[in-house]
Design a protein around this ligand. Structure first.
Ligand SMILES: C[S@@+](CC[C@H](N)C(=O)[O-])C[C@H]1O[C@@H](n2cnc3c(N)ncnc32)[C@H](O)[C@@H]1O
Ligand SMILES: [Zn+2]
Length: 158
């Protein structure tokens, strides 16, 4: 049986990412379906989130918000954990799962090898028309061969 401290070592590490800023990387093999980390932070209304200062004063498109099914958001800039450093990818190896208590867990979509950067599809939604400036601000740099070019969710045709 492993020592208590060994069992507690997280499966991930935060470091500089080639995608953007800081990212989260697997320290060891993570099996498909494993619950890696909870996306923690303060739960607030969208209105309150809009009143709060930008998470990066130099980039209004930077966000630590995670949208919940009930319309509220988790603001990981307040009381957040390492999950707030997980970047977006259009070919992600993780998926966020929201449970009935509005808690969000980042799970492995497939087996992830040590050293791989963890990612999920942000599917960001913004109200109204998407301007050229917003397109640029939300441009995706995940580097996947099938990158859709944006962190935004595809708007459904009506
Ligand atoms: C939750 S933070 C992730 C951590 C971020 N790398 C950092 O150092 O602050 C989300 C922000 O990271 C940036 N980001 C994440 N994934 C990206 C991607 N695929 N392409 C471009 N920017 C990305 C965007 O500014 C996004 O709003
Ligand atoms: Zn992409």
């Amino acid at each position: 049986m492993p020592a208590r401290s060994a069992r507690k070592t997280p499966a991930y590490v935060v470091r500089h990412s080639p995608i953007h800023g800081r990212g989260v990387f697997a320290r060891r093999t993570i099996r498909q379906g494993a619950r890696i980390i909870e996306y923690r932070g303060e739960r607030i209304s969208l209105d309150e989130a809009e009143r709060r200062p930008d998470s990066d004063p130099d980039n209004p498109y930077h966000t630590f918000l995670f949208e919940l099914h009930d319309g509220r958001v988790i603001d990981a800039a307040s009381r957040g954990n390492a999950a707030r450093w997980i970047n977006h990818s259009c070919a992600p190896n993780c998926v966020p799962i929201e449970d009935d208590d509005a808690r969000v867990y980042i799970e492995a979509k497939r087996t992830i090898r040590a050293g791989e950067e963890l990612s999920y599809d942000y599917r960001l939604s913004v109200p109204g028309r998407i301007t050229a400036k917003m397109k640029e601000g939300y441009a995706c740099r995940c580097g996947a061969s099938r990158c859709r070019g944006t962190m935004l969710e595809k708007k459904k045709r009506r």
